[in-house]
Design a protein around this ligand. Structure first.
Ligand SMILES: *[C@@H]1O[C@H](CO)[C@@H](O)[C@H](O)[C@H]1NC(C)=O
Ligand SMILES: *[C@@H]1O[C@H](CO)[C@@H](O)[C@H](O)[C@H]1NC(C)=O
Ligand SMILES: *[C@@H]1O[C@H](CO)[C@@H](O)[C@H](O)[C@H]1NC(C)=O
Ligand SMILES: *[C@@H]1O[C@H](CO)[C@@H](O)[C@H](O)[C@H]1NC(C)=O
Ligand SMILES: *[C@@H]1O[C@H](CO)[C@@H](O)[C@H](O)[C@H]1NC(C)=O
Ligand SMILES: *[C@@H]1O[C@H](CO)[C@@H](O)[C@H](O)[C@H]1NC(C)=O
Length: 605
């Protein structure tokens, strides 16, 4: 930093060096007078808008005399270009000794100082028009000149964009401002842009009133209102007007990088782009997760199978055998009647457990009464339990198990649909979540537009990647369906904090105005409002047909014969078996006047 051509001088009061200044040579005008006027000019510029750093470009001239007045920290760049990145505050005033003194080649410095105000001291007879033209070609617009010659001791010129001639003259004593914000009124100047036509961010339509093609949507609206604010016209198809092809996101970001358009009417995510020179301040905060089909409800026909839990069934059987054995023992207070058939097919116990009536001995012993109590109590518990299960499941069938982790995604019957572009970004970012899903469970769609079409069809064979921003649109759309098909899973997120930024050309001179406008719209809740309106806008423009193709199959809450047919078939089969047994018993075992065993079999059903 201490190299010969560059001296950073932090002046304190009284540190001025008269010797240095005496070597300055000013011929035509009185040296002291000029210096006084210059000082006055600087103070006036400071009153317009404060600055806290001075940069002086070029070889020694009268501007160097300002060092003596130690206004503020000053950087001298006598070689015309800096070697270091400009890290000082942005409120800088640039002074140049001559129209060609500033030959900044350092990219970072020239970018940081692009919008700084510049005051050029011209000794020679140079037309202010060419100076303004030259600076304007470099997209540096805040220019004022101070000219001295014999006739007019000091004249001030200030450059103006969007008008002819491109400068105005000012007197030192006048109180009209020297520097203005040119881009607050662009007087119909064109903002070059390209729209990606991603519904609902920007949607083209023919405006019947003006007979022009216009754009609507929450990103397009941002551009429209900006153009209105700065009195500019906006060209949504700057490069593709005569072409058949639609500009894709990748085309737009490339054109922005190549300076072919000013602002892209599209949104870049912080995952995709990291070079902040080509992006605005974050516009929206969103998350990037999966939208998962809502788990289907169990069909009615399976409910009978589902309510019978194997473990509970085992416990009931064990209870049954225990109670049978106890019953047999307590009838005679001995194990005499204990046979396998009596325990396994104890009809009293069976009917008791199923809540049926059964013969009660005339004067039972106390033990037997106790066993009957237990039996009746168990029967009450079991029958009410199964009945409540059955009734509640028939009222609202339980859903299939839901997907909670990325491993579940791999095991579910749904595949994850993702576009090649997004997958490449996730892989490049070493995303660990996408690695947890088995590759054969991922369906990669090569074309991004094709992917969006697939997602728009709400085909529930797939799980889709989606940002919350987009999801709100699907959510809106699902409101008109008889029941929602998808839900946004916050458990399955690739990124919970994702910024949406708008691509802008790196040397856009009104970037600060655009960013300010963008933040204001967001602050006032206008963006939120536009987003909430976007579905209605789409419907109004006939963009998204409310097609029935994606309608989920209507599930009738009524139970039909089909649903219980297999239960009935089982019943008929069991009836058949018990009839056979009965006939067999009649034929083979002779007539025994006792309870027919068929009732036992019936009850098992
Ligand atoms: C300015 O900042 C950059 C990056 O932060 C750093 O590399 C560079 O050394 C800084 N320059 C000066 C002069 O401090
Ligand atoms: C304007 O720019 C041209 C070429 O870039 C240069 O030759 C000319 O000297 C410049 N004029 C002034 C007044 O700076
Ligand atoms: C907007 O620009 C037009 C020129 O296109 C100009 O006539 C008009 O005065 C400007 N409007 C405002 C409010 O400055
Ligand atoms: C956009 O880029 C793709 C390749 O990335 C290219 O095939 C297509 O022609 C471009 N579209 C336009 C309108 O230039
Ligand atoms: C991803 O991982 C590879 C090697 O594991 C590493 O070289 C690369 O820098 C990582 N990329 C990011 C963006 O972290
Ligand atoms: C959903 O996609 C699957 C597989 O691509 C296809 O078989 C099915 O017909 C689609 N469903 C609808 C409603 O389009």
């Amino acid at each position: 930093m201490t190299s010969g051509w560059l001296i950073l001088i932090l002046f304190c009061l009284g540190q001025g060096t008269r010797a240095q200044v005496s070597s300055l040579s000013i011929h035509q005008v009185d040296e002291v007078d000029l210096e006084q006027k210059l000082l006055r000019l600087l103070l006036r510029v400071r009153a317009e808008e404060n600055f806290d750093t001075l940069v002086i470009y070029g070889e020694e001239c009268v501007l160097y005399s300002m060092l003596r007045h130690s206004l503020i920290p000053t950087v001298l760049v006598s070689a015309g270009s800096t070697k270091f990145d400009w890290n000082f505050s942005s409120s800088t005033l640039i002074l140049s000794c001559g129209s060609n003194a500033e030959r900044e080649v350092n990219y970072r410095t020239s970018m940081k100082l692009q919008t700084a105000r510049r005051l050029i001291y011209l000794e020679e007879d140079i037309e202010p028009e060419t100076v303004c033209g030259n600076y304007s070609a470099r997209e540096q617009h805040n220019i004022a000149m101070m000219k001295t010659n014999v006739d007019h001791p000091v004249t001030i010129y200030t450059c103006r964009c969007f008008q002819d001639p491109n400068y105005e003259e000012r007197d030192l004593w006048e109180d009209r401002p020297i520097f203005i914000e040119h881009f607050r009124d662009m007087r119909g100047g064109i903002i070059r842009t390209e729209a990606d036509q991603q519904i609902p961010r920007s949607m083209a339509y023919w405006d019947a009133k003006s007979g022009e093609e216009k754009m609507i949507g929450y990103v397009a609206n941002l551009m429209n209102t900006y153009a209105q604010k700065v009195n500019a016209t906006i060209d949504f198809y700057h490069l593709t007007r005569d072409r058949e092809q639609q500009a894709l996101y990748t085309n737009i970001t490339r054109w922005v990088k190549e300076d072919r358009i000013d602002i892209g009417t599209t949104l870049s995510t912080s995952l995709q782009e990291s070079d902040l020179d080509d992006l605005t301040y974050p516009f929206l905060l969103t998350s990037y997760c999966l939208m998962v089909p809502i788990p289907a409800r169990l069909p009615y026909s399976q409910i009978y199978a589902v309510i019978v839990d194997p473990l509970v069934l085992c416990i009931i059987f064990v209870l049954f055998y225990l109670l049978s054995a106890l019953l047999i023992y307590s009838q005679r207070m001995s194990w005499q009647g204990l046979t396998l058939a009596n325990v396994l097919l104890n009809d009293k116990c069976l009917r008791g457990l199923l809540g049926q009536s059964f013969p009660f001995p005339r004067d039972p012993s106390r033990n037997l009464k106790l066993v009957f109590f237990i039996l009746c109590f168990a029967s009450l518990i079991i029958t009410t339990m199964y009945e409540s299960y059955l009734q509640s499941y028939l009222t609202l069938p339980p859903p299939e198990p839901s997907i909670r982790t990325f491993q579940d995604v791999g095991n579910s019957r749904h595949k994850v649909a993702i576009s090649r572009l997004e997958l490449n970004v996730l892989i490049a970012k070493n995303n660990s979540d996408i690695g947890q899903i088995r590759r054969d469970r991922i369906w990669v769609v090569e074309d991004s537009l094709e992917f969006v079409r697939l997602r728009n069809s709400l085909n529930d064979s797939y799980i889709y990647t989606v940002t919350y921003d987009r999801w709100s649109c699907y959510q809106e759309r699902q409101r008109i369906l008889s029941q929602p098909i998808f839900y946004y899973s916050l458990d399955l997120c690739f990124n919970r904090f994702l910024y949406f930024q708008i691509p802008v050309r790196r040397h856009l001179p009104h970037r600060h105005l655009f960013e300010e406008h963008m933040q204001r719209q967001q602050e006032f809740g206008l963006v939120q409002f536009w987003k909430s309106q976007s579905f209605l806008d789409m419907v109004r423009l006939g963009m998204k047909p409310m097609s029935a193709s994606s309608q989920p199959p209507y599930i009738d809450p009524a139970i039909v014969m089909d649903d219980i047919s297999w239960i009935l078939k089982l019943f008929v089969a069991a009836m058949g078996v018990s009839c056979c047994c009965f006939i067999l018993e009649l034929c083979v075992g002779g007539v025994r006047r006792r309870m027919p065993p068929s009732a036992t079999y019936l009850a098992t059903i």
